[in-house]
Design a protein around this ligand. Sequence first.
Ligand code: HEM
Length: 357
Amino acid sequence: MISRPFVLLTTLLFLLSNSLAFPNYADVLKRQEVEEADSRTGRPFRPVDPPSPPRPPRFTGAKLVHDPAHPWMPLRDGDERGPCPGMNTLASHGYISRDGVASPSEMVIAVQEGLNMENKFAIFVTYLNHLMNGNLVTDLLSIGGKTSKTGPDPPAHAGGLNVHGTFEGDAGMTRADTFFGDNHSFNQTLFDKFIDFSNRFGDGFYNLTVAGELRFQRLQDSIATNPEFSFKNVRYFTAYGESVFPLNFFVDGRQTEKKLDMDSARSFFEEMKFPPDFFRSSMPMSNQGRADIFRMHPFLPGGNVDGKVNNFAVDPASATFETPCVLYDDILNTVQGLGFTSVFNDQCPEQSPYGQE
Ligand code: HEM
């Protein structure tokens, strides 16, 4: 069951994502990016008009998605892959362009089609990432690092999903903290821990109990080893959600029990590949189970302070699951902080979304 704060947040961000394709805030950002591209290239730059966010598909049940139309293919030079095993897998099966660069609407269709992500949730996650890390002029987002494939000389912030501190963050399950150098590649040591916890708490399977224990342990790891550990606002929400994604999306849709075997886990996390004969979930999913794992080890948002390990302090200014509107404000601030106004030498009045002060 989706919590009320989450529904509220989703609704708020749905409004935000609608504004991407359409008037107001995203248009302001886009106009600024077009001006920037014009002045850099010395010629007028034609922006892409993005389509409206996709609607839910007609059929939303389980079906074979590792099908002949979507064969897995190995990576080619220049293909982008990043911190998200879901998007990596969809790219390697051709549900989005195999080079890992696509428009947000293509990504929403892909996560609905290939993994049965619920429509509003898919729009929220995808357009939020696009707003923070995509190229609004060309309407393209990289699922990995910054690349010229999102457009010629992309704006500085179109860095792709790898960008730390926007959506990507610390204490991931199979990706290391950015402080240790690589925040997006599959990390065998961390996957060994994933297996170990699945053995200790789930009889060899990743289940809800394992998800709660591993989420908490990864937080303890980061507190103890990463002097720059940060876990608040967007990251606070996404980390708990991502901990239940393997259960909601990587378990075969014909299976009734929500538990993931280790071969399937490796297939998604490391090989970016659907298990053989894989069926997507039998119903549209989002972050069901997140509240359960949070309740196992409640944890307030915050981070290590003064550049020291084992120096965790709660950040009272961060959003929590009880205060999702703080998250909404934080997202707007992050987007505003991407530096667009500096292009205009601070001569332009700051724009508020939806014409509000
Ligand atoms: C059904 C679809 C999806 C599934 C199953 C999925 C699954 C996951 C999982 C399990 C993780 C955690 C990886 C780890 O901690 O080792 C993750 C991380 C991530 N996902 Fe996805 N994801 C999906 C859709 C998306 C979409 C649509 C986007 C954006 C366009 C996205 C962006 C990210 C990013 C940026 C991270 C890194 C966050 C971090 O630092 O851990 N994901 N995803």
